[in-house]
Design a protein around this ligand. Structure first.
Ligand SMILES: CC(=O)N[C@H]1[C@@H](OP(=O)(O)OP(=O)(O)OC[C@H]2O[C@@H](n3ccc(=O)[nH]c3=O)[C@H](O)[C@@H]2O)O[C@H](CO)[C@@H](O)[C@@H]1O
Ligand SMILES: C=C(OP(=O)(O)O)C(=O)O
Length: 521
């Protein structure tokens, strides 16, 4: 961020630069679990100055901003076009130990933040993951005029959406960096005849169509033209009371978009071939609190009775992330460790665990308990050091209730630890499997048969190496986890992408005994 002089509040009431810098500092500080007093001490100022800066009521000099950046290990300021690069140094080849809690999910959080747009009352989301993807959606919400405020402890976020959203100043830069921006379509079409959204972005995973979204939302009068990086949307308000949609793809975000459009449609919408996946369920539980009636949650047919005006003050606890659960379990498995991963949403991990069982993994599962949302079933999973062997059949993903596509990449590292040959089939993404061939740099025998299939032969004698972080979230984390198994020193370069979907992953792996250190150029 480049420094300019600025005032704490702008005439339009939107967030000023000083406030934005303040909230950036605050989230980075909370992300590092520092108190204001501790940060103040490190940078040589007073706690009250940090407090004023974080609340946007004090201008901040470039020197102090630089010191705060260093103390927080975050690039709050970059000069010219030379951003500071962050890398990880890993000393691997030893076991992990202890227990770790799974945090709430990226994919649930982004859907819920988008859905909060339909509520004129106050939405409070508790224990939201502090990740870059969430920040991006919050930036977009704020640019529309919504008030989005983190609680003092940095865990909860309170959203209040004004009656008149200003869509003309949408933060296109933040929007283009996330695919989830597409989920603004469903909430916005209830209230607006015409608007534009920046093209959806995200990880480098190959082609990802938005066509299913446009087809599904046509039922609610939406028509889209795409031009020069923007979707131009017009909405025909003449929508029949009863809407019936058959999705051509059982995608997660397309289902969520259709659900959100249905939630603000006064009438009954039936959605067939809906995804019943974890983030969709999270969204439905929240919408129920808003008074939207949803029958069939957890199945592929949803019947939704919407409300054109929603004005409720609600508290919702997003559920735990099965993908983070799989990531942490993988760290234990590939290092041959005994660790306990707590708060695993078992409904969304059953096939993964059954597959691991088939590969010889020994693990224990605790009795089930309820998540804070009162709906999701959680368990604690303890993995034990095991002699793994390749499964007889290929490992592939399927829409829920199949093995989750975002969990599939972790099986590449696990298969590399297993004796024998495993075929990993990612039919979903054109470009994700290729990133996993970087595991060969650490000694694994991983070959790309075609863009969708990997042949993995194990066991691997992992050895440390330097690898550039792939531009895709899950493969990046798979490489990092494999480095924990690799004897000697490894370096993973340019790791910013990991913070898109994981909160303090390095620090949390260190709490399990991993030897990982962050450094900058
Ligand atoms: C914010 C969010 O929630 N992101 C998740 C969501 O993205 P999202 O729902 O946006 O996923 P996409 O719609 O891009 O689907 C992923 C790919 O699968 C293909 N496809 C999907 C369903 C289907 O029945 N047939 C089919 O071919 C799509 O064409 C696309 O190429 O779902 C993906 C697939 O579970 C996950 O990887 C993402 O983490
Ligand atoms: C592909 C992913 O997410 P997104 O849809 O946000 O790109 C992911 O979480 O691995």
């Amino acid at each position: 961020m480049t420094q300019q002089s600025s005032h704490a509040s702008t005439p339009s009431g939107t967030t000023s630069l000083v406030q934005q810098v303040g909230s950036l500092i605050r989230s980075a500080r909370l992300g590092r679990s520092l108190t204001q007093a501790e940060l103040a001490e490190q940078v040589g100022t007073s706690q009250s100055a940090i407090n004023r800066i974080e609340h946007g009521s004090q201008n901040i000099g470039v020197d102090l901003l630089g010191r705060i950046s260093d103390a927080l290990g975050r690039d709050l300021i970059t000069l010219g076009d030379r951003p500071r690069h962050t890398h990880l140094r890993v000393h691997g080849g030893h076991q992990l130990h202890g227990s770790i809690d799974v945090k709430t999910s990226k994919n649930g959080a982004v859907a819920l933040l988008c859905a909060s747009l339909i509520n004129r009352g106050t939405t409070r989301l508790h224990r939201v993951a502090r990740i870059v993807e969430v920040d991006r959606i919050i930036d977009v919400l704020r640019s529309l005029g919504a008030s989005v405020v983190w609680s003092e402890d940095g865990n909860d976020v309170e959203i209040h959406v004004p009656a008149d959203l200003d869509l003309t100043h949408i933060d296109a830069d933040a929007g283009r960096r996330t695919r989830s921006i597409i989920m603004f379509l469903g909430p916005l079409l209830g209230d607006h005849d015409e608007f534009r959204l920046p093209y959806a972005g995200g990880c480098d995973l190959g082609e990802r169509s938005v066509q299913p979204h446009l087809i599904a939302l046509q039922h609610f009068g939406l028509a889209i033209t795409a031009e020069a990086g923007w979707y131009h949307a017009t909405v025909d308000p003449d929508v029949p009371e009863n809407v019936s949609i058959v999705l051509t793809e059982r995608g997660d975000t397309v289902t969520e978009n259709a659900i959100m459009a249905a939630a603000v449609h006064e009438g009954v919408t039936v959605i067939r071939n809906a995804s019943p996946n974890y983030m969709v369920q999270d969204l439905c539980f929240y919408l129920e609190l808003l008074g939207v009636r949803i029958e069939g949650i957890g199945t592929t047919t949803l019947r939704i009775t919407g409300r054109s005006v929603i004005d409720e003050d609600v508290d919702y606890w997003p559920s735990e992330d099965p993908i983070e659960g799989m990531s942490l379990l993988t760290a234990g498995i590939v290092t041959g460790s005994e660790i306990t991963v707590r708060r695993v949403p078992i409904e969304f991990m059953e096939i993964e665990l059954a597959t691991l069982h088939e590969m010889g993994l020994r693990y224990d599962v605790s009795p089930e308990y309820e998540a804070h949302n009162g709906r999701t079933r959680l368990v604690d999973v303890t993995v034990h050091p095991s002699r793994l062997h390749a499964p007889i059949d290929k490992i592939h993903s399927m829409p829920f209730p199949g093995l989750n596509i975002d969990n599939l990449p972790f099986f590449t590292a696990i298969a590399a630890c297993a004796t024998g040959h495993t075929l990993i089939h990612d039919w979903v993404y054109e470009g994700r499997a290729i990133h996993l061939t970087d595991l060969t740099r650490l000694g694994a025998d991983v070959r790309l048969r075609d863009p969708h299939r990997l042949d993995v032969t194990g066991p691997t004698h992992w050895s440390g190496a330097e690898v550039s972080c792939p531009p895709a979230l899950r493969p990046a984390v798979v490489i990092l986890i494999a480095m924990l198994a690799a004897k000697g020193e490894s370096v993973l370069r340019d790791v910013d992408i990991i913070a898109r979907g994981y909160e303090q992953l390095q620090e949390r792996l260190v709490s399990l005994g991993a030897d990982i250190e962050t450094f900058h150029d």
